[in-house]
Structures are given as structure tokens and as C-alpha cells.
Write a protein that binds this ligand. Structure first.
Ligand code: NAG
Ligand code: NAG
Ligand code: NAG
Ligand code: NAG
Ligand code: NAG
Ligand code: NAG
Ligand code: NAG
Ligand code: NAG
Ligand code: NAG
Ligand code: NAG
Length: 371
């Protein structure tokens, strides 16, 4: 997929960035939840002067509703992690016996510079599948000359027998993976044309390259010898992007209240992990959960709810939820430590404690209470 670079004309009359979306905004499209600051249509997403939060909900040729950010298909959106999962195309490069040439693109690129996305370097891997294949991943055009080359890897098959044992592990035989640098918002991939499948087409006709979420990829030996890699994944695999609001730090953003996006009570601002000039994220404060980009979006977590959490108190029935936290309070007429100890009868506390084995914490607790 080719994404042309679009220079957005920013209208001066854009709505305040911290505006709240209308109740009528679409919040689900097909299987995908669309949490604010993302949204479909004007008035439904945060306006930051770029395409980051602008989604569309379109019915694809197969009749399914799908979510797109510009031309990129979105798999899911996480407000809590500040991440977006998109589909990344698997690029095949195959020997064509009738023309004796390689088919497919030996060189292609993704450009996400119209958005504020960064490709997550911890979760994704550049992956090459094939038997005589060397591919590079480069930073996109426009990056200064010497810094442009990035990395690559080579997939080889020393022998068919050896390949069979390699199910699941992508470590050079039939498959290779390499980490990518942090902070990319686009990339270019190229196959080294000196390594092609013309001599091994009977066994392995195609090579493939894809930037993919590491946990979403499992190598199978059959990917090298059949078209299963493309067929079983519909030609695409997930890729994790990190998003952020604008290009200011938290400190800078807070200076303009009408544009500051962390509007919920009990929310906090977190600077982008990619550094200065890469924007910020909002997070609910400890003890709160929800959407910090919405007024009253961060709601108290009921830590006492056993159906959601491990019971936080050592004494059953003693948990009391409080705004942003909880307490473990010994029942009436008992004293002790309901967080991590026991509660006992007030009068007989001392004798009872000693009788059950004298752990230091209980004794000191009783001595303090009685002092
Ligand atoms: C503050 O944000 C509003 C809304 O985005 C914008 O119109 C205004 O120019 C900003 N003010 C400053 C001083 O940057
Ligand atoms: C930050 O973003 C604003 C609006 O998109 C843009 O006008 C400005 O040039 C950017 N500043 C930097 C330092 O990139
Ligand atoms: C989705 O639909 C919108 C509105 O009809 C259109 O502008 C956009 O190009 C479509 N996007 C895709 C990826 O088909
Ligand atoms: C080989 O190339 C010819 C001519 O471009 C094309 O018609 C044919 O479909 C190709 N074969 C395969 C297997 O891709
Ligand atoms: C990169 O630069 C080359 C040569 O100037 C050009 O042909 C190609 O289209 C550019 N690619 C991108 C992604 O801009
Ligand atoms: C590799 O995985 C495929 C598909 O799951 C399976 O059919 C095959 O037996 C496996 N090969 C080995 C050596 O485990
Ligand atoms: C495949 O690579 C060999 C060796 O580098 C080269 O001589 C040949 O022209 C290439 N074939 C194709 C179809 O690209
Ligand atoms: C957001 O808050 C949660 C809970 O307080 C915390 O665990 C998490 O690390 C925070 N995220 C960031 C990006 O600071
Ligand atoms: C324990 O008993 C004493 C004396 O009966 C009383 O003053 C104190 O308030 C009691 N403490 C608790 C925690 O019930
Ligand atoms: C037990 O809980 C108290 C009160 O929360 C705390 O101060 C203390 O450190 C805890 N002790 C242990 C051993 O966890």
C-alpha cells in the first residue's frame, strides 16, 4: 500500500482541541471500538492539525465494516496504552517461471508522516520469510543520507530436512527477524535483487517481507514452500503503533487550557516516550480507570469487587472502597491488621495472638494499640 505524503492545510478556525465529542458519534464500527480521542466525522475526534485521530468506517468489498485511518486499516485502539493496531501488508516477491523474472515489488514504502504515530520498536519485528532472501528496512526518504540505512536480515535454507524442524522459530532458517529503531513513522523495504528464488523455484518460489507485531507471527516451515503465509493471513498481519497528542510536552500543553486534552478529573498527563516534541498522552490517576480524554471519563475503581480483582484484604469482608483507593477495616469490636494480618477480639487480643504462633507483626500491632 502506498501512502502519498499529504501536506494538510490547517484551517485557522479549527475547533478547540479539548472539545468534547457529541453523544451521537459512532463509537463502534464492525468489531472495532472507537474510543475518543479517535472518532469518525468532524466533531467526533480530537482536532490536532494532523490525521492521527481521524477514522472512517467503510464497508469493504466483502460486506464487512472496517475502520480506516486514512488508507490504513485499523484492527483495534487502546486508550490505556496509547496504542493502535493496524494491518501491515505482507510483501511477496516471487519467481515467475514463464517470464523468468521476479514478480512483486522489490522495493516499497509506508509513510505515516501525516499522523502522529510511531512504530513501536519493542513489540514489532521486521520479518523475512524465504530460502534465499535478503531484505533491508530503511528509514523513509527525506532522512539525511548517512542515517538512512537501517537494518535487515537474511533467510536461508541449508537443506529441506533442516527446514522441517524449524516450525515456530524464526531464527535464520527459512525465516529471520530483526528489531527496528525507535521513533519511526514510516519505512521503506527492499529485497536485495542478487538473492532471488530463480534457482530454487521448484521448492520455494516466493520470499516475503513484513513489519509485524512479534507476538502475532508464528513461523511455519510450510510458509517457505507453499502460498500458505499469504493465504492464511489474508496478505496482512498486525503492526502496533504508538499515538500521542500533538507535539508539545505536558508542561507546554497545560499552558493552554482550551487545548489541553487531559480533561477528566483524576487524570494525569504523561510525556511521549519518544521524547520532546513528540506529544503527550493522558492517563487516569492511580485508583481510577476509564477515558481521561472525556469529562468525568476516569471513574473510581472498586478494588473490593472480587469478580474483577483478587480480594485486596487478608481478612474477608473488611474491604471498603474509597475514591481512588480502598481500606481494610477490622469489624466492630475487633482490632488488628485487616490488610495483611488478622483481626481479633479486642479484650483477648494479646493472649489469642501469642497462642497462634507469635508472628512479630501481630505482636507489635497489639502493643501499639494497647499503649
Ligand atoms: C490555545 O488553544 C486554542 C484551541 O486549540 C487555540 O485556538 C489557541 O490559539 C491556543 N492559544 C495559544 C496561546 O496557543
Ligand atoms: C507543532 O504542531 C503545530 C500544529 O500542528 C505546528 O504548527 C508546529 O509547527 C509544530 N511544531 C513543531 C516544533 O513541530
Ligand atoms: C472510506 O469512506 C470515506 C467516505 O466515503 C472515503 O472518503 C474514504 O476514502 C474511504 N476510505 C477507504 C480506505 O476506503
Ligand atoms: C507470470 O507472469 C505473467 C506475465 O506477467 C503473468 O500473466 C502470470 O500470471 C505470472 N505467473 C504467476 C504465477 O505469477
Ligand atoms: C524516494 O526518492 C526517490 C528518488 O528521489 C523517489 O523516486 C521515490 O519515489 C521516493 N520515495 C518516497 C517514499 O518518497
Ligand atoms: C509444522 O507445523 C505444521 C502446521 O501446523 C504441521 O503440519 C507440521 O507437522 C509441523 N512440523 C513439525 C516438524 O513439527
Ligand atoms: C537472480 O540472481 C542471480 C544471481 O544474483 C542473477 O544472476 C539473476 O539475474 C537473478 N534472476 C532474476 C530473475 O532476478
Ligand atoms: C497509567 O496509570 C496506570 C495506573 O495508575 C499505570 O500503571 C501506568 O503505568 C500509567 N501509564 C503511563 C503511560 O504512565
Ligand atoms: C478496645 O477496648 C477498649 C476497652 O474496652 C476500648 O476503649 C477501645 O475503644 C476498644 N478498641 C476497639 C478498636 O474497639
Ligand atoms: C502490612 O500492612 C501495613 C498497613 O498497610 C503496612 O504498613 C505494612 O508494611 C504491611 N506489612 C507487611 C509485612 O506487608
Amino acid at each position: 500500500m502506498l501512502l502519498p505524503l499529504i501536506i494538510l492545510a490547517l484551517s485557522a478556525s479549527q475547533a478547540a482541541a479539548a472539545m468534547q465529542p457529541s453523544e451521537t458519534c459512532l463509537r463502534r464500527c464492525g468489531d472495532v471500538e472507537i474510543p475518543y480521542p479517535f472518532g469518525v466525522g468532524s466533531g467526533c475526534h480530537l482536532e490536532t492539525g494532523d490525521w492521527t485521530f481521524v477514522l472512517s468506517c467503510n464497508r469493504s468489498a466483502d460486506g464487512r465494516l472496517r475502520v480506516y485511518n486514512y488508507e490504513i486499516e485499523v484492527v483495534d485502539v487502546s486508550v490505556r496504552r496509547g496504542q493502535l493496531r493496524i494491518y501491515s501488508a505482507i510483501n511477496p516477491w516471487c519467481y515467475n517461471g514463464s517470464t523468468s523474472a521476479m514478480n512483486g515489488q522489490s522495493n516499497w514504502w509506508y509513510d505515516m508522516s501525516i499522523t502522529n504515530f510511531r512504530i513501536n520498536d519493542a513489540l514489532n519485528r521486521f520479518t523475512v520469510v524465504g530460502c534465499n532472501s535478503l531484505a533491508y528496512i530503511l528509514s523513509p526518504n527525506g532522512t539525511a543520507g548517512a542515517d538512512r540505512y537501517m537494518t535487515g536480515c537474511m533467510a536461508m535454507c541449508p537443506g529441506a530436512g533442516r527446514l522441517e524442524k524449524e516450525n515456530g522459530s524464526c531464527a535464520g532458517v527459512g525465516c529471520c527477524q530483526t528489531a527496528i529503531p525507535a521513533g519511526l513513522n514510516g519505512y521503506q523495504v527492499s529485497f536485495e535483487e542478487k538473492f532471488n528464488t530463480s534457482a530454487i523455484a521448484g521448492f520455494s518460489r516466493c520470499s516475503y517481507a513484513v513489519l509485524v507485531e512479534a507476538s502475532a507471527f508464528d513461523f511455519r516451515a510450510s510458509y517457505v514452500t507453499t502460498d500458505e503465509f499469504m493465504a492464511s493471513n489474508g496478505g496482512q498481519l498486525p503492526l502496533v503503533l504508538d499515538w500521542a497528542i500533538g507535539n508539545k510536552t505536558c508542561e507546554e500543553a497545560k499552558r493552554n487550557a482550551s487545548a489541553y486534552a487531559c480533561v477528566s478529573a483524576n487524570s494525569e498527563c504523561v510525556d511521549s516516550r519518544y521524547g520532546r516534541g513528540r506529544g503527550y498522552l493522558c492517563n487516569c490517576s492511580a485508583g481510577y480507570d476509564g477515558n481521561p480524554y472525556l469529562l468525568d471519563g476516569c471513574q473510581d475503581i472498586n478494588e473490593c469487587d472480587e469478580s474483577r480483582f483478587r480480594y485486596p484484604c487478608s481478612v474477608p469482608g473488611t474491604c471498603v472502597n474509597t475514591p481512588g483507593g480502598f481500606t481494610c477495616t477490622c469489624p466492630d469490636k475487633t482490632i488488628g491488621n485487616a490488610y495483611n494480618g488478622t483481626c481479633g477480639d479486642n479484650k483477648s487480643q494479646l493472649g489469642w495472638k501469642i497462642a497462634i504462633g507469635n508472628p512479630r507483626i501481630r505482636i507489635s500491632n497489639v502493643l501499639v494499640k494497647n499503649a
